[in-house]
Design a protein. Structure first.
Length: 433
């Protein structure tokens, strides 16, 4: 009996010890896996590179260790879902709600001759020229499978362009979401991008008046995004390679892959293109309409100087600013190909406007609406001067014709004189002109 009691006590003791050991092991495993998970999440945020586009390609550079990565969009105040994708849980639902026509993969494969008509390569992926069955020529942008922009930018672009319509924006005419492929179909812009005309010897130099017209087209497109769209949209990647030109050299703003609907106090990963980035945006991580204004100011200086912002343009501008006074003194930065072909008064006006756009204090920068008004006034004044000059030439021509008629009358009246006298008289009348 005593032996049985001893055995029971030993058995219970062993069971308790084993139970405690199992509990401790379970607790240890739980805490270990939770810590691993936290470290993994922290590493994911730190490793989220901030794509800074350079020459049309991604150049991933960590600018801020504290900003969240592209997989952490701003949340809606109502329910915590992504603001610009709110209400669209699946890709198919999202794109169908945009109202943009859908094309099959097979149709686009045929239109691009099995994707052999490559015309460009960007951060989003390759771009192909396509001849649709309707005879329309379009550009097909394919989301690269290894693209760092990826799925979210595809969703953003279709959602935004599905409701944004303006003559100075590149129109989205269709999309494809099939067989794991995502493609955007745009109106084909036959003259290519602005950058190719500024830096390619093949296209020839753009004239000064055309440059100002292009600037106004771009300003109107951005003004629509800021003040015409509901809610307002900030482009976030204004640059010369994102400005496309049609057959008539009218400019349109392209590449909405980085666009975001404006939300008050919104912060997201710093993204854009080196050389065009607002310094305030880099330091604070907060972008506003004035961040686009800064990039537009850089673009204006790029049009004036014909120099790449990624190759020291703004340092060049700051040196010139030291020697300028208000609207005077910007002639030294003018593109050498424009010498003798532009009016320095206009150059100084445009440069002064551009310098206001890149003010270090965002609140002191003009709005896009103000910029449109200034550029419109500059072009209007130019056209008025040209019209006045043409009228002056026309009036001078009328005076000459009247004098010639008088000359013929005088000549006929002296017809009875000798041939020598007639010649002398005609010559004298001609000198009177």
């Amino acid at each position: 009996m005593k032996e049985e009691s001893t055995g029971l006590i030993i058995g219970i003791s062993i069971g308790v010890v084993i139970g405690i050991a199992l509990a401790i092991s379970a607790l240890f495993c739980f805490r270990y896996h939770r810590k691993r998970s936290q470290i993994g999440n922290s590493s994911s945020r730190r490793a989220a590179a901030i794509p800074i586009r350079q020459n049309g390609f991604d150049s991933c550079t960590i600018l801020s260790d504290s900003t969240l990565g592209p997989d952490s969009p701003v949340r809606s105040a109502r329910n915590g879902t992504s603001f610009w994708l709110e209400g669209f849980k699946k890709s198919s639902n999202m794109v169908s709600a945009s109202g943009i026509p859908e094309y099959s993969y097979k149709d686009l494969q045929k239109a691009t001759y099995n994707f052999t008509t490559l015309i460009g390569q960007g951060a989003f992926g390759p771009v192909y020229k396509a001849q649709m069955s309707t005879g329309e020529t379009v550009a097909v942008k394919v989301l690269a499978t290894n693209s760092k922009q990826g799925e979210k930018e595809f969703h953003t672009e279709v959602m935004l362009l599905g409701r944004l319509h303006h003559r100075n924006l590149v129109n989205l005419v269709g999309y494809c979401a099939e067989k794991g492929q995502h493609m955007l179909i745009y109106v084909y812009m036959s003259k290519g991008c602005l950058a190719s005309h500024l830096y390619s010897e093949e296209n020839g130099a753009l004239g000064w008046e055309l440059r100002v017209h292009i600037a106004l087209d771009v300003a109107r497109g951005i003004e629509y995004l800021h003040d015409g769209a509901v809610p307002p949209v900030i482009h976030r990647d204004i640059k010369s390679s994102n400005i496309l030109l049609d057959q008539s050299m009218r400019a349109r703003v392209a590449d909405f892959g980085l666009s975001r609907e404006e939300v008050v106090d919104k912060q997201a990963a710093i993204r854009g293109t080196f050389g065009y980035l607002d310094p305030e945006y880099i330091s604070s991580g907060t972008f506003t309409k004035k961040s686009d204004v800064y990039s537009f100011g850089v673009l204006l200086f790029e049009l004036i100087a014909g120099r790449n912002p990624q190759q020291g343009l703004m340092e060049y501008v700051e040196l010139a600013a030291m020697n300028s006074e208000g609207k005077v003194g910007w002639e030294e930065i003018v593109d050498s190909r424009l010498e003798g072909k532009c009016e320095f008064e206009e150059v100084n006006e445009v440069a002064a406007l551009a310098y206001k756009c890149i003010n270090r204090v965002p609140k002191k920068r003009p709005s896009m609406r103000d910029i449109v008004q200034v550029l419109t006034r500059i072009l209007k004044s130019r056209h008025q001067r040209n019209h006045h000059h043409e009228k002056s030439l026309s009036a001078t021509g009328d005076e000459v014709s009247i004098d010639v008629d008088q000359l013929e009358t005088k000549t006929s009246l002296t017809h009875h004189h000798t041939r020598e006298e007639s010649i002398d008289s005609s010559t004298a009348d001609m000198y009177d002109l």
